[in-house]
Design a protein around this ligand. Structure first.
Ligand code: CUA
Length: 160
């Protein structure tokens, strides 16, 4: 009986080591990480989130800006059922930091075929940095159920 116990413990230890190696490989070699929290937008009582947000940098200038040579920032606001802007144009190979939030309910921000995958929460700023190496058209979708026309909420990233 003890022999089986030892074998079972050895298998458990091996599985743990394999999982830790996979985690290390994913985060170091593949660069997989969670979206970061870019800040909070505070509203006082009686203030409308919409009015405060549209005056809060960087959301007062939506769209793509070049912040350094080869580095871009894409500022996006989600609201039922649109992304503004709904088209993001980037040169191939550029590094882009997506800075996004929601004006109303929780939305998703997922770029198909990439690791860009964020949840957009009203009042919270979500950030994710990604490099589009290959030119092409990438579909941006909302992947958090946000109401009747959730399935129509989309945009695109055009990499030339
Ligand atoms: Cu926005 Cu689903």
């Amino acid at each position: 009986m003890e022999r089986y116990e030892k074998a079972f413990l050895a298998v458990c230890a091996a599985v743990l080591v394999i999982f830790l190696c996979a985690l290390g490989y994913g985060s170091v070699a593949m660069g997989v990480y969670l979206p970061s929290h870019g800040g909070t937008i505070y509203c006082n009582a009686g203030q409308k989130l919409r009015k405060v947000l549209l005056k809060t940098p960087p959301f007062d200038h939506k769209g793509v800006q070049e912040i350094a040579p080869g580095k871009y920032r894409a500022v996006v606001i989600a609201k039922t059922w649109t992304f503004t802007p709904d088209e993001i144009d980037l040169p191939a190979g550029a590094e882009v930091k997506f800075v996004a939030t929601s004006l109303d309910v929780i939305h998703g921000f997922f770029i198909v075929g990439t690791r860009v995958n964020m949840m957009l929460i009203p009042g919270q700023i979500s950030e994710f940095t990604y490099r589009f190496a290959k030119p092409g058209e990438y579909l941006l979708i909302c992947h958090e159920y946000c109401g009747r026309l959730h399935h129509t909420m989309s945009g695109k990233v055009v990499v030339k």
